[in-house]
Design a protein. Structure first.
Length: 154
């Protein structure tokens, strides 16, 4: 009798790791989910300016009063206007997810409560779940499990 990989079996294995594919970031406890993300991707968000951070995300104000967002690896004013300065904050979550994905980083974020920070953490949490599901499927295959119909798996 064959052992089959099912969504239920994958979910059971996820639950053993304290995760669920049905819960999004912060569904039960945002602090716990944040710690899981930090461990999985080996990163840290900090709110206190620290020269030893790997990345910096903060606002600056222009001479005529406009607010701009700076996302850079350079804390000492070596900012590229073309690459590091953003007129709008709507793409900052993409910048932040990229930095988190690299792993091993300390990231200074001036406003840790900003929507783009939460959006980035939500995206990375979903990515983490998918990555762990892939690991579980490999483990199950190593244990002799298979899909009932291999053609249905892309």
């Amino acid at each position: 009798m064959s052992k089959y990989i099912t969504d239920e079996l994958i979910e059971e294995r996820l639950k053993k790791r304290g995760l669920s594919s049905y819960d999004g970031y912060g569904a039960e406890d945002e602090d716990v989910d944040y710690k899981k993300l930090c461990k999985h991707y080996d990163f840290e968000l900090i709110e206190q300016w620290h020269q030893r951070a790997d990345y910096f995300l903060y606002t600056e104000t222009t001479a005529d009063g406009y607010e701009l967002w700076v996302a850079t690896e350079h804390p000492n004013g070596d900012v590229s206007i073309n690459e590091d300065v953003h007129y709008y904050d709507n793409d900052l979550s993409e910048v932040l997810t990229e930095w988190i994905r690299y792993g091993g980083a300390t990231i200074y974020v001036e406003d840790i409560e900003a929507y783009y920070v939460n959006e980035a953490l939500e995206v990375m949490f979903d990515n983490m779940i998918e990555s762990i599901k892939d690991e579980i499927i490999i483990e199950l295959k190593d244990e002799g499990y298979e899909y009932e119909d291999e053609q249905t798996v892309a």
